[in-house]
Design a protein around this ligand. Sequence first.
Ligand code: HEC
Ligand code: HEC
Length: 319
Amino acid sequence: MKKALKISGIVLSIIIIIAIIGAVYINSKGIPSYPVEKIEYKIYSTPSGIERGKKLAMMLCVNCHSDPKTGKLTGTQMLDAPTEFGKIFSANITQDKTYGIGDWTDAELMYLLRTGIKRDGKYAPPYMAKLPNMADEDIEAIIAFLRSDDPIVAADATEDFPTEPSLLTKFLCMVAFKPLPMPTQEIILPDTTDKIALGKYLSHNLECFSCHSSDFKTNNFLTPELSEGYFGGGNKPLNRKGEVMLTANLTPDMETGIGSWSEAKFIKALKYGIKEGEEALRYPMVPYPMLSDAEARAIYEYLKTIPPINNKVERSGME
Ligand code: HEC
Ligand code: HEC
C-alpha cells in the first residue's frame, strides 16, 4: 500500500514537472510565427471606393480600433475580450509611420486581412477580424479608406500597447487557431440583383454568423454555413463590463427565431436597434444604419431561406 502510494506520488510529480516545462516552453515561444508569402498587390483608389471602404470599416473595424480618447483609430484596450485571453489591445491603424500602419504596403494589409498573418510573420489571434470570403473589391475599398484623408485615419502618433496574451491564448494559437489560406483566385462581388446571394454575402462578411451561431469555437470561417448551430443564436460574446450577452436566434424558426418577424421589424432592429415594446438592442449588437434598406432586406430574405433551428434564447439581463 505504502509502496503504491509512493509510486503514484512519483508519477504525479513527473506529470507536474512535465506540465510546468510545457507551460514555460509555450510561454517563452509566445504566439507562433509563419512565413509571410510575398504577394503583389497595389490597390486602385477611387472616391466611390473610399466611401464604400468607410462604410465597411464602420461596420467591421471601428468598434475595436476606435480610441475614445482621440476619436480616431489609434487603438484601445478591448474590455469586451474574455480575460482568460489576457490583456488585449487593438492596434493604432492610423497613417502614423511609427505607431500606425503608415509604412505598411497594400499587399501587407491585404495579406493580414485575408490570413491573419502580420507583416512580421506573427499570427494575429482570433480577436482580430479576418476576411477570407470578402470580395477583393471590398477589401481594396477598406484599404483605400485606411489610406484616405478621412480624419479618423489621419496620422496620429498615439502610442498603442502590445497585447499581453495569456498562456491559454498562446497555447490555443499553437494547437487550434491557425492562419487562413490566401485565396488563389479573385473573389468577386455577388450580383446585387440576386437578393439571396447578396444577403448571404453580407451576413457572412459582416460577421453576423460569427456572433449569431452557437459558439465562436465551433464557427467555420471559411464555410460559414458549416458552423455549428448556424444562426441559431446562443453564442456568448461579452459587453464592455465583461458580462455575457447571449445572441439571438436569427433562423426562420417560427417559435424561437425570426420566422414570424415582418421585414419592417427586422430592418428596424438591424439598422436602428429598435425593438417594439422592448429595450433597445445593446452592445455588442451595434446598429447598422449604414446599410441601405435594400441590403438589410437582402439579409432578411437570405435568413428566411436557411434551415430553422428551434433554440429559445432569453435576452441577457432582462429578468
Ligand atoms: C474584434 C476586434 C477587432 C476587429 C473587429 C478588427 N480588429 Fe484589427 N486588431 C485587433 C487587435 C486586438 C489587434 C492586435 C493584434 C495582435 O495583438 O497581434 C489588431 C491588429 C490590427 C492590425 C495590425 C496592426 C499592427 O500594427 O500590428 C491591422 C492593420 C488591423 N488590425 C486592421 C483592422 C481592420 C482593417 C479591421 C476591419 C476590417 C480590423 N482590424 C478589425 C482587433 C480587431
Ligand atoms: C459582436 C456580436 C454580434 C454581431 C457581429 C452581430 N450581432 Fe446581432 N445580436 C448580438 C447580440 C448580443 C444580440 C442581443 C442583444 C440584446 O439582447 O440586447 C443581437 C441581436 C440581434 C437582433 C435582434 C433579434 C431579437 O430576436 O431580438 C437582430 C435582428 C440581429 N442581432 C441581427 C444581426 C445582423 C443581421 C448582424 C450582421 C449585420 C448582426 N446581428 C451582427 C450580437 C451580434
